[in-house]
Write a protein that binds this ligand. Structure first.
Ligand code: MG
Ligand code: ZN
Length: 255
């Protein structure tokens, strides 16, 4: 049985939000400006691109930003859980995130997870020779993903996916060739991929976050997968030990 482990990055793989961690580097006056027009209504990826420009203008170096990425809080039990899945030889681990490629790759390298994660689906980011990070939407405005799925959030129906990424569409593409998916997430945009899961899959929403709020309402009825809530990375490790232990045992008995 081949398993695809697909997980979100912010507040799932790591115990914080990578964009917010970068925003703390902004000088206070720029930080205040971002709450005003025209920035307040800017699409999030475009806003982060603007923020990286402001950081560059304020003298923030590539090293300083990289240090933020490598210092993102990743619990050792989360790392152990993903290593456990990978070591069975019957699972692949992919990240589907609304962060950016450089942030995620630096974080994975810092925690020796770059060889465990086989693919990262997120907004593309690149450094200019001058040390300015640029971020581009994963799905551009010119070629919209077309997802129309909504979810009730704080009593209002809202699009479940942001303009720049539909994680459900990505999961549909990625899951081909796998018998089962284990999906972990915490945010509103982790609802759409949850709706793509079948009764053979495992859905692992983080407790007390945006996704949990959606699932607690009427939209929770759309989920067919076995659902396992978690709070701490230790809970994820415990569940992964149950899911992957039979596969690990098979592997050790193989000739
Ligand atoms: Mg998240
Ligand atoms: Zn979607």
């Amino acid at each position: 049985m081949r398993t695809l482990v697909a997980l979100d990055f912010d507040w799932t793989l790591i115990d914080e939000d990578s964009d917010q961690a970068v925003i703390t580097l902004l000088p206070p006056n720029v930080h205040a400006d971002l709450r005003e027009k025209p920035y307040a209504s800017m699409q999030w990826t475009d806003k982060m691109n603007h923020i990286y420009g402001e950081l560059h203008r304020s003298g923030c170096t590539r090293e300083q930003i990289t240090t933020v990425f490598t210092a993102l809080k990743l619990h050792s039990s989360m790392r152990t859980a993903l290593q456990l899945a990978k070591q069975t030889g019957a699972a692949d681990v992919v990240i589907i995130s609304d962060s950016n490629t450089v942030a995620i790759q630096e974080c994975l390298r810092a925690h020796q997870l770059d060889s465990v994660v086989s693919e990262v689906i997120t907004n593309e980011s690149t450094w200019t020779p001058e040390g300015r990070l640029g971020v581009r939407r994963y799905v551009s405005a010119e070629t919209p993903h077309g997802c129309t799925r909504t979810a009730l959030y704080k009593e209002n129906p809202i699009p479940s996916c942001a303009l720049n990424i539909c994680k459900g569409r990505e999961l549909r593409r990625l899951r081909a060739g796998y018998d089962r998916v284990v999906y972990l997430g915490d945010g509103r945009n982790d609802y759409c991929p949850g709706c793509e899961l079948t009764s053979l899959d495992v859905y692992m929403p983080r407790r007390d976050r945006g996704l949990h709020a959606i699932l607690s309402g009427p939209d929770g009825a759309a989920i067919q997968a076995r659902t396992v809530y978690w709070t701490h990375a230790d809970d994820v490790l415990e569940e992964f030990e149950t899911i992957f232990a039979p596969l690990a045992a098979n592997k050790s008995q193989a000739p």
